[in-house]
Ligand binder design. Sequence first.
Ligand SMILES: Nc1ncnc2c1ncn2[C@@H]1O[C@H](COP(=O)(O)OP(=O)(O)OP(=O)(O)O)[C@@H](O)[C@H]1O
Length: 311
Amino acid sequence: MTTTAAAPTTARASVVSFEHVSKAYGDVRAVDGLTLDLRPGETVALLGPNGAGKSSTLDLLLGLRTADSGTVRILGTSPQAAIAAGRVGAMLQTGGLMEDVTVEELVRLVCDLHPRAYPVGEVLDRAGLTQIAGRMVNKLSGGQEQRVRFALATAGANDLIVLDEPTTGMDVTARQAFWATMREQADAGRTVLFATHYLEEADAIADRVLVLHKGRLLADGTAAEIKAKAGARRISFELEGPVDEPALRSLPFLSALDINGHRVRAQSHDADATVHALYGLGLYPRALEVAGLGLEQAFVALTEAEEARTA
Ligand SMILES: Nc1ncnc2c1ncn2[C@@H]1O[C@H](COP(=O)(O)OP(=O)(O)OP(=O)(O)O)[C@@H](O)[C@H]1O
């Protein structure tokens, strides 16, 4: 396949590109110099504490807000042009659904407007809406409304799917079906970007995790890399006989140590080296366990460290 500079939608091109993008509301810097590239087929989770700038970032990406400075591109064009060309599907937290129509009528309307729409029946089925296709939109439960939003976001063959806390209010079955569909979309080469507060979802689904804090990118990598960046693994063991605390504190790479009777819990930046040194002290740890930080613990560690650094 040949590629040329004039073909921004080739596999090598960025699907999403932010270059030094900033957005402030008064003196609140919601997005602060964000530079970012998302590539085809990536499933990317956007994490951050409340107010970190996740929704603002998605709003800028979708052209719903204008950046104060910097450039946002989708597939090499402006967000508005990419959306008009039917290349972007979005599912946002806010924004009411049209109410005086049935589920099917609403889905049909959106399919009619989409330049590369899927058949209405397929869209309804994929979102688990076939059974309630004839129901009025204003009679739906919160979780059913989310399914409708999901259907609207996947009404056509989009290159980019943007989701703001998509599974909020969905039950377990809906959630599983939702992520199965998103995986299919990613396998078909679509880029999926989703903001979430469910870290276990990010861990299970995303092949790339972005951590935002005060509008800045604090971490960018696989979930495993984010956990490693938080810089610690947990070690726990028991010791027989008197516990020599100074000797334990002298172990290399320790970031935390908690001694409770004979039970020792530690965090280490290099658990292998710490455990090796533990045996080197002539100690015989029993019930030894070494575990990584979960994504949630890593997220808390990273954002708290940044909070302390920037306070
Ligand atoms: N329209 C607005 N006017 C003023 N301030 C705003 C506006 N929208 C957002 N902000 C502020 O910008 C910052 C970023 O908000 P944003 O909604 O992007 O964060 P978020 O990461 O999506 O938060 P959450 O997890 O709570 O949804 C916050 O401090 C918020 O109060």
